[in-house]
Structure formats: C-alpha cells, structure tokens
Design a protein around this ligand. Structure first.
Ligand code: S3P
Length: 170
C-alpha cells in the first residue's frame, strides 16, 4: 500500500495511551488495509526509542524528527495512520491534515492518569502525571478538535467498541 499519493484512509489523533495503536490495528483489519504508526516509523528510522531521543536530544529535536515522519507517512500511506500524541502541536502538520478523515480519540484526564500514570517510558509524564496530564490536555484539546473530522470518546469503552464508533463516524 505504500507509495500512494491519495493519502491515508483514516488518520487517528489523540493523547498518549488513548488506544490509537490498538484501535488503529482493529480498524485496519475491519477496513482491510494496512496500519501505520508514526512513533514506530521514528523508532525504526532512528534506531532508538522515543524516550532515548527525548533524553539524548531534547523535545524540540524530537518534534523536528516527528514532523518529518508525519509528512512522509501522510504522503506515502493509504491505510490507517496513527499519529504521535504531540504531532498536532505543529501548525504545518495541522494544515496538512485539512480535508483528510481525521478522528480524534478522546479521554478525560482521570481516565488518562489511570491508563498511563505509572508508565515511565513516556517522557512527558515522568514527574507528576496528574498535573502533567491536565496541562497537556489544556494545551492540546483545542488542537485535536481543530483537525478532527469526528471526535470519538474512549472512556469506559473497549477497543472493539471504539473501533465500531470510529467506523460509524466515518
Ligand atoms: C507524545 C506522544 C507519544 C510520543 C512521545 C510524545 C506526546 O506518542 O510521540 O512520547 O507529546 O504526546 P503516542 O501518542 O503514540 O503515545
């Protein structure tokens, strides 16, 4: 499926831990297409973990790598594409999403803390997960909404239920 110029069938955005990878893979099965994830692309192309890139080079360098990965995937993938949670911070990326079927998988802060609170592999949540989640969502909620064609809440839903809700929203 790579090499297409039509762009992805569906783009999933939303915060870390909301289930973009799980739902994205289920969605790809249901739509009989390929699944791709920009975080995975970055790990493969850089040969190290995202946490290591943050530690070694800092967040601005990671964002530059991420921007490149997102634009490459948008141009070369025609299946389901999941974007890293912070990719929508970039204005050019938000502009590139215009006109695509972008689905925002949302969750509330307490659900986010519950799902990711102890996960130290996520560099943005290492100090005070509840406060960091609140700040992150304050800063980003409107950006996810801005790029979204549809918003699908994930609280108290299984991945299968979320996948069905995404299909219904397309
Ligand atoms: C980030 C989300 C992560 C990863 C990095 C930064 C963010 O991706 O790109 O840790 O800023 O929200 P996932 O949303 O796939 O976990």
């Amino acid at each position: 499926m790579s090499g297409s110029t039509n762009g992805p069938l569906v783009v999933l955005v939303g915060p870390m831990g909301v289930g973009k990878s799980t739902v994205g893979q289920l969605l790809a099965e249901r739509l009989d297409c390929a699944y791709r994830d920009t975080d995975e692309d970055i790990v493969v192309s850089q040969g190290r973990t995202i946490a290591d890139i943050f530690v070694d080079e800092g967040e601005p360098a990671f964002r530059a790598i991420e921007k490149q990965a997102v634009h490459t995937a948008l141009a070369g993938h025609d299946g389901v594409l999941a974007l890293g949670g912070g990719s929508i911070l970039d204005a050019d990326t938000r502009a590139a999403l215009a006109g695509l079927r972008v689905v925002y998988l949302s969750m509330d802060v307490e659900e986010a803390v519950k799902r990711t609170g102890l996960n130290t592999a996520r560099p943005l949540l290492a100090v005070n997960p509840r406060r960091q989640w609140r700040d992150l969502m304050e800063a980003r909620r409107h950006l996810y909404t801005e790029v979204a064609h549809a918003v699908v809440p994930t609280d108290n839903r299984t991945p299968e239920e979320v996948t069905q809700a995404v299909l219904d929203a397309l």
